[in-house]
Every structure is written in structure tokens, then in C-alpha cells.
Design a protein around this ligand. Structure first.
Ligand SMILES: *Cc1c(COP(=O)(O)O)cnc(C)c1O
Length: 379
């Protein structure tokens, strides 16, 4: 049989028919501990749930298959996973990351760089020469990127970045939270590690906090990441892991609808009298469009930004006047959200003050456009 498509893998996530009960959904394993047999041998593969649990295993196998990786490791949040990756960098080594990226991850990089004598160079992802200038051959351990870049949705070429990292003896980690394995398969493009904040699209219902890493190879760094998870204990509860598995069963149709809604909203508001620019990689006018067409093989995702004519005051007034879009941070849920990103990121933010970030959900797109139109009347 040919390899099943991602749609089939997702729809049947964790699917099996239980031989004893006939149940068609997987069980939850809340047990924290696992019994041994007569000779004190382990009965299954499990010892204690901080190490591993059958419900995490189900999620990890699924996401490893989606990304085409060797293994995956599930954490209690995206940041628990990201900090585990950077925990593997030694004193005196160096990290390269973009100037604009998930602010929590960048805050963490600044902290470890100051406290642990780890070099950090931030590069401008829109400048094609900046990456190679930022990398220090023999010293750079990890190049970390995010694509599309939040909240400008600039696209970074994963294959090019992987080549630059590998030439210098570094590995490439890619935060694919916004693109998901539905449209971008970073390991196939040369990345060594892929990260998803599963709090976002993978779970998709704004009710579980989780993060997951997928590796191309089960190398020494991967073993260290697993050691860190086991000893720091950043693991999910079994119920949350099960909810995440259930959420993922509808990932492909949720992502498809969010992408098509976002494209229609972007097209509708491009050139609108109240809008200065629409930032969406699916628009030909977007600087990352050509790479996006190559790298995002199945839709441009549900995230876009509208830069209004005016400044922070006008942008915040629009956000407050929206009725269907809820003013809240986060992304990737079935419901649409709006965020004035500069306010959320605080004083160090590099985000322009007139930018409103939309996480487009799966509602009727005409309702969403009408809501935005009525809110723009305020400016
Ligand atoms: C939310 C997010 C994270 C952090 O994940 P948490 O689950 O909130 O810890 C990292 N990267 C991106 C792009 C995100 O959107």
C-alpha cells in the first residue's frame, strides 16, 4: 500500500479497535506508575509517567510521522520544549536567531546568553546576506528560525538556511508553529529539529498548552533533550495529551479552512481605504511570496496582519470595536482572534504600532469580513 496521506493519518490519529471492548478511540492512561512482573521485569515499556506515558507516545508517534522525523518528544508547553533545546548549548558556544521571532523564545535566548556566556547574534531575516554573516563557523551550535515570521509573516528559506548552518557545523531548528506539517515539512527541506507550539494549530481549540519537538536523527543532542525533559519534568498530564490527540484528528480540515478564510480576508483588504498594508504570504505583493509558493505546499495558513492607516491609537480602537474577533493573544484556534502585537510584546518590541495581528478561525468568511468592515469605520 502506498504511504497514507497526511489527511488520512490525521483523521485516524490513534485509531484502532480495542480487542477487548471494541472501542474506536484510544484510551487515556492517567497512571503515574507502571507495575513490574514476577521477576521484577517491566510488563510494558513504561516505568513512571515523568519519563514516558502511553498517551504521550500516541501523540509523539503521530507528529513524528507527520513531519517525517525519527522521533518526537512532547512537552508541557512550547516554551518547555524550546528551553530544553537551548539547554543543550555549552558555555562558549553561539546561537543565531532572527531579530523578529516569537518574543518569549527571544527573551529566553537573551537571558541564557547573558547568564551563561553563550554568544547570541540576531539577524535580519529579510536581508539575504545577513544569515551567513551572523553564523560563526565552528562556534555556532544552533541556528534557530521561525517561518512564517510572527507577526510580519516574512518567509525564511529553510533549505538555504539549512545549507548555511550545516556548512558551519551547526544544526538548524525550525519553529513551524504557524505553518504546521500540513503545509511545511521542514525536516525534508534540511532542518535537523522541528518545533511546534501544540497549543496553537495542532490542538486547535485553545484549551491545551503543549509543545513538541521532532528530530531527524536520534543523535547525542536528541538524547540530551530527552534527558532534560525527564529530569526537569516538563511533561503534560495524560488527559491534556489525549485532548491534543483528539484535536489533531481535525487538523487538516481546520488548517485548510483557516487558510482559505485568511486568503479571502487578505485579498479583500488589500488596497482598502483604511489599510496601509496587508501582510500575508499568500498575496503576490508579499515579499516572501515566491519562497512561500515553493515552501508552503498546501496553503499559506491562517495568520495575517493588517497595518491600518494611523498609529497605535487607531489600531487599538479597531481591535476594541471588533465583535466576532476576540481581542486576545495566541493563535491557531477554531475561533478568530485579533491582537495589537506591539502592546503585548512591550517596550522591546520591534513591531510597527499600526499592526493588528489576526488569527483567522474557521467561521464563515463573509461574517469575518463584515465584522472587520464595521470596525474600520471607527478610523
Ligand atoms: C506560542 C508560540 C510559542 C510558545 O509556545 P507555548 O505553547 O505558548 O509555550 C513559540 N513559538 C511560536 C511561533 C508561538 O506562536
Amino acid at each position: 500500500m502506498k504511504r497514507r496521506s497526511l489527511d488520512t493519518i490525521l483523521a485516524q490519529a490513534g485509531h484502532f479497535v480495542d480487542g477487548v471492548t471494541g472501542a474506536v478511540t484510544p484510551p487515556i492512561h492517567p497512571s503515574t506508575t507502571f507495575a513490574r512482573g514476577d521477576d521484577y521485569e517491566l510488563i510494558g515499556d513504561y516505568i513512571y509517567s515523568r519519563y514516558q506515558n502511553p498517551t504521550y507516545d500516541q501523540v509523539e508517534h503521530l507528529v513524528a510521522e507527520l513531519d517525517g522525523g525519527a522521533e518526537a518528544s512532547l512537552f508541557s508547553s512550547g516554551m518547555a520544549a524550546i528551553t530544553a533545546v537551548f539547554e543543550t548549548v555549552n558555555i562558549g558556544q553561539h546561537i543565531v536567531a532572527p531579530t523578529i521571532m516569537y518574543h518569549g523564545a527571544q527573551d529566553w535566548l537573551r537571558r541564557i546568553s547573558e547568564k551563561n556566556n553563550i554568544g547570541l547574534t540576531l539577524f535580519d531575516a529579510t536581508d539575504p546576506n545577513a544569515l551567513r554573516q551572523a553564523i560563526k563557523p565552528g562556534k555556532t551550535a544552533i541556528v534557530w528560525i521561525e517561518t512564517p515570521v510572527n507577526p510580519t509573516w516574512d518567509i525564511i528559506d529553510i533549505a538555504d538556511t539549512a545549507e548555511a548552518a550545516h556548512d558551519a557545523g551547526a544544526i538548524l531548528g525550525v519553529d513551524c508553529t504557524v505553518s504546521t506539517p500540513i503545509t511545511t515539512r521542514a525536516l525534508q527541506l534540511g532542518a535537523d529539529l522541528v518545533f511546534h507550539s501544540a497549543t496553537k494549530y495542532l490542538n486547535g481549540h485553545s484549551d491545551v498548552t503543549a509543545g513538541i519537538l521532532v528530530t531527524r536523527e536520534t543523535d547525542e543532542r536528541w538524547q540530551e533533550i530527552k534527558f532534560i525533559r525527564k529530569h526537569v519534568g516538563g511533561v503534560l498530564g495524560a488527559f491534556e495529551a489525549w485532548l491534543l490527540l483528539r484535536g489533531m484528528r481535525t487538523l487538516s480540515i481546520r488548517f485548510e479552512r483557516a487558510s482559505s478564510n485568511a486568503l479571502k480576508i487578505a485579498q479583500h483588504f488589500e488596497g482598502h481605504s483604511k489599510i496601509k498594508t496587508v501582510l500575508y504570504p499568500g498575496l503576490e505583493s508579499h515579499p516572501g511570496h515566491v519562497i512561500a509558493r515553493r515552501q508552503m505546499t498546501n496553503g499559506f495558513g491562517g495568520m495575517l496582519s493588517l497595518c491600518v492607516k494611523g498609529g497605535a491609537t487607531e489600531a487599538k480602537a479597531v481591535a476594541t470595536k471588533l465583535k466576532l474577533f476576540v481581542s486576545a493573544t495566541s493563535l491557531g484556534g477554531v475561533e478568530s482572534l485579533v491582537e495589537h502585537r506591539a502592546s503585548v510584546e512591550g517596550p522591546l518590541s520591534q513591531v510597527q504600532p499600526n499592526l493588528l495581528r489576526l488569527s483567522v478561525g474557521i467561521e464563515d468568511v463573509d461574517d469575518l469580513i463584515a465584522d472587520l468592515e464595521q470596525a474600520f469605520e471607527i478610523i
